[in-house]
Write a protein that binds this ligand. Sequence first.
Ligand SMILES: [Zn+2]
Ligand SMILES: [Zn+2]
Ligand SMILES: [Zn+2]
Length: 257
Amino acid sequence: MIVTFLGTGASHGVPVVGCDCDICRSTNPKNNRTRSAVYVETRGVKILIDTPPELRIQLLRERITGADALCYTHAHADHLFGLDDIRRFSEKSKHDLDVYAKADVVMNIRTAYEYAFRPAPAQCTKPGLLLHEIRGPFEVKGVKVVPVPVMHGKLPILGYRIGNFAYVTDCSYAPPESIELIKGVDTLVFGTIRYDEHPTHMNVDQACAFVKEIGAGRAYFTHMSHKLDYDVLTETLPENIRPAYDGLKIEIDETSD
Ligand SMILES: [Zn+2]
Ligand SMILES: [Zn+2]
Ligand SMILES: [Zn+2]
């Protein structure tokens, strides 16, 4: 399995518009973060998780031209508002893209992208979407995807487990049943935002404790704000936790699943 980090930034991205802090002015490309998403390839099946506003730039950078499914964590703007860019997926494949999301996210997509659900005017294109409301684990071309319910402040959202890989971002609390779903996973990608506490995200200390509780073999942090410097994180995090960066690709052994 190969997981590509399309983006690793918090909702503002890094640099932040109008900010001239050290990290926003950093010359280290690993401190340059577009909004968060990952692209998972396993046994020939391709799954995109979230469609951030920079999706087009991310797809071009990684030369991604399609997916077998799109799964949403939640409908916040930084995770949803690049959805129109998957128009090229449905144009090229000539069929609608299977989209999996919680009921509230399905409703948000229908509202924000209502033009995608009525016939396009002549000569115009629209994203072809086949919406599926998530009610439990599901399969994408034989690959099992397990939704992992977590809390994002007061908002219930989803992380996902695919084989020996789990992706959980924008999480401030995970109930014991969800911890069970990802316990002992080989590779955990987890969202953390800054060192100070935050009402809807875990800070770095909380995220480190979470990785330990899960007993993940290794973890990568994503959804990082301009308060987190790549080099400082690399030096200070436990050895099995690394900060991710845009364009990072990781390999996950599927045989141990
Ligand atoms: Zn977010
Ligand atoms: Zn800044
Ligand atoms: Zn969010």
